[in-house]
Structure formats: C-alpha cells, structure tokens
Design a protein around this ligand. Structure first.
Ligand code: PLP
Length: 403
C-alpha cells in the first residue's frame, strides 16, 4: 500500500533504482523451490533439474540427517530461544562442537549462526586498526565485510598468487598482527587455493592464517575433514572456518582451532555474542551429517570424479569451463545479460542453473555456476551437458544474427 507521501516517495525512488538494475542485467529475484533440494525440484511450480544447489552430497534430505533434526526438535524444541551466553547454550551445541573438533583434529570448535556471521565474527574479533588483513581478491563477501568492519587496513593479493602475497607480507613487516585469509575452494570459481605455499608464506612472516572451508568441508580430506586436513596443514592454520549449510546439508557454521581462539571468540565475536544459538534441529542434523561423511567417503570421491569428467567434456565442446578440481564448474559467459540469457534458455529446457553476476563476481566474468550433487543421476548430468552446448550455440547464433 502506498497511502502516505513517504511511501510514495520511497516507492518511486527505489523503483527508478531497480529499473537501472534491470537495464544492466543485474536485477535479482527470488525463485521458489517447493520440494527438497535434490537433482529434480519443483521451481516456481514447474519440475526442473537443479544444478546450482550446495547440497553437494545430498545430505540435506538424507533420511538419517532428517531423522536427527526431527528427534532433536522433539527433545529440545524448535529454538535455542536465547543467545548462547544467556540460556541458549544447549547440550546439542556442545555435542556438535566436540564432534567438529575431533573431526577437524583441533583442540576446540565454536558454532556460529551462519558462515557469514563466522567470517565477520572471527575477523573483527582478531584484528583492529593496528593490524593488517591480507586477503585473496576473490574471497567471499563475508570475508570482505569482516575486514571492513574490523577497521584493519586490508591488502588484497591477486587470486591464488603466492608471490603477490609474499610481496605484500614483505612490505608490511612491523604490524602488531597480520591475518592472511583465503578460501580453500573458491565459491564462484571452484578452484583450490595453493594452501601449502600460502601456509609457508604466512609462517615465514609470522602471520596467522585463516582458511574458509565452506566449499571443501565434507568433500576433501580424510573423512571429509577438508582441504587443510588433506594437505596435513592443521598446525599451520590457526583459524579454521567452515559451514554446515552446504555439503553437510544443515545450517550454521563453525570456527575451529585452539581453545584460546574459541574462548577469545566467545568473549569478543559480536556475531556470536549478540545472536540466538543455532536451532537444535540444525545442530543435530550436522552431527548426523558428519557421521555420514566420515562413514561414506565414496559420496565425495564419486562427485569429484563426475565433476572432472563433465568439465572436460564441456571444454572439449568449446565452452569456457576452467579446470577446477572441485564439484563447482563455472561456465564463464562474460556480460551479465549474456549469463541471464543462457540461464533462461536452459530453464526453458527444464534445467535450472542460476546466473552469477556482479557484484558476486567481477564485471565481465558473469557465469553459470554449475554445482554437481552426489545424487545427480548420469542421465541428469548428460541432459545438462547436451542442453548447455545447444543453448550456448543458440546464443551464439542469435548474437551473429543481430550483428
Ligand atoms: N564463505 C564462503 C566461501 C561462502 O561461499 C559462503 C556462502 O555462500 C559463506 C562463507 C557464508 O556461509 P553461510 O551461507 O553459512 O552464511
């Protein structure tokens, strides 16, 4: 309802701004999924194949994970109903924190409500104006926002470029504290950080290293413990962050490391202190999911093999799909409207892959970010392959017609 002058003003001002987003191909809208996150879903009322969910291992709707969530709700209720430091610290939180610490082979772990909160919380708790944050240029928005909020000067190194990282570390000796931050598997590019070399660079300069394992936990490493564990770098990574809402099929996030680290976070991380504890169902689901990834490593192994094979076939067909080494395959398109056009063509054929555009990715590198799930059938993957090639060719033909 626009019945007051203020409402009318806000509607016309925002309406004009939204028009500009439309014009530039950057308008975003919600699409409604009315079934579980799986290879086939109902999207805006239509059955489609889904290739952009982070339910990488199919655990969000795994019967053991769902049963754990149900049982926890019956036992503890639907909500922690308070912040952890007041009365919202429940035994299911302790159980999950112990489980994560042993899974990650770290002394301690602390839960956060989301990965966004975890990154903002840990970066702001550890750094301030006298310190330096050194961050990969493609790090996630939550790392960028944490760095901004911390008021620490931030130096950005070129993506995965350890020489550039070293150059920055050499230039900035004499800071009270230096925190190097990288993702393990980059969310929008799917490539892996050269963690061994990054850890050596950080160690050489006495910097602390923080690794965000949002897209690698559950997929890489012994028992799915992540890329840091796969490379045996636990001792060199002081701050180990990961999320529960992607491969683990639940919701929330954690920071693992020393007891001193998690105790400092309990005392200083504002997104931990000033928010309600994780819902019991989410915590219990995550415990069940960690049990599953440890017990069934073949889920992640099969997923990575199929992703490598699909990527190779798409490259051979002429699509711009960088070799990633992960379950994430970006199809680089370029312009924002080109990416939305390709996504629309695919959707017309019953395949949903969201277009990823600025500011999520740099200008000129808009893309379709394919994420495979362990539960996709070979037929679904073949259908995606064929449709992508056809739609990309149709797009090229249309562009040629118009020129
Ligand atoms: N870190 C990375 C690398 C991510 O990709 C994401 C989510 O997309 C997050 C952090 C935030 O995690 P959450 O969705 O749990 O807030």
């Amino acid at each position: 309802m626009t019945d007051s002058r203020g409402d009318i003003a806000i509607d016309s001002v925002l309406g004009a701004e939204l028009e500009l987003l439309h014009r530039d191909g950057l308008y975003r809208r919600l699409r409604e999924v009315s079934s579980a996150q799986d290879g086939s879903v109902v999207l805006d009322g239509q059955p489609v194949m889904l290739f952009c969910s982070n339910n990488y291992l199919g655990l969000a709707n795994h019967p053991e994970v769902v049963a754990a969530a149900r049982e926890a709700t019956l036992r503890y209720g639907a909500s922690a109903a308070s912040s952890r430091l007041v009365s919202g610290h429940m035994s299911i939180h302790s159980a999950l924190e112990s489980r994560i610490a042993s899974w990650k082979r770290r002394e301690s772990a602390l839960l956060f409500s989301t990965g966004y909160h975890a990154n903002v919380g840990v970066i702001t708790a550890l750094t301030g104006a006298d310190d330096l944050i050194v961050s990969d240029e493609l790090n996630h928005a939550s790392i960028v926002d944490g760095a901004r909020l911390s008021r620490a000067p931030t130096a950005i190194y070129r993506h995965n470029d350890v020489d550039d990282l070293l150059r920055i570390l050499e230039q900035h000796s004499g800071k009270r504290r230096v925190l190097v931050v990288t993702e393990a598997v980059f969310s929008m590019d799917g490539d892996l950080a050269p963690l061994t070399d990054i850890a050596l660079a950080a160690e050489k300069h006495g910097a602390w290293l923080m690794v965000d394992e949002a897209h690698s936990a559950g997929i890489f490493g012994p028992g799915g413990a992540g890329l840091v564990a796969e490379l045996g770098l636990e001792a060199q990574v002081q701050v180990h962050m990961g999320t529960l809402g992607k491969a683990l099929g639940s919701f929330g996030a954690y920071v693992a490391g020393s007891r001193a680290l998690t105790t400092a976070l309990i005392n200083r991380a504002r997104p931990f202190i000033f928010t309600t504890g994780l819902p019991p169902a989410a915590a219990a689901a995550a415990v069940a999911a960690i049990d599953l990834v440890e017990r069934e490593p073949q889920r992640a192994a099969g997923l990575l093999a199929r992703s490598a094979s699909l990527g190779a076939r798409l490259r051979r067909a002429g699509l711009r799909v960088p070799q990633t080494g992960s379950q994430i395959l970006p199809v680089i398109v370029g312009g924002a409207t080109d990416a939305t056009d390709l996504a629309r063509r695919l959707l017309d054929r019953g395949i949903y892959v969201a277009a990823i555009r600025p500011p999520t990715v740099p200008r000129g590198s808009s893309r379709l970010r394919i994420s495979l799930m362990a539960t996709h059938s070979s037929q679904q993957i073949a259908a995606l392959h064929d449709a992508l090639i056809d739609c990309a060719n149709d797009g090229a033909a249309d562009a040629a017609d118009q020129s």
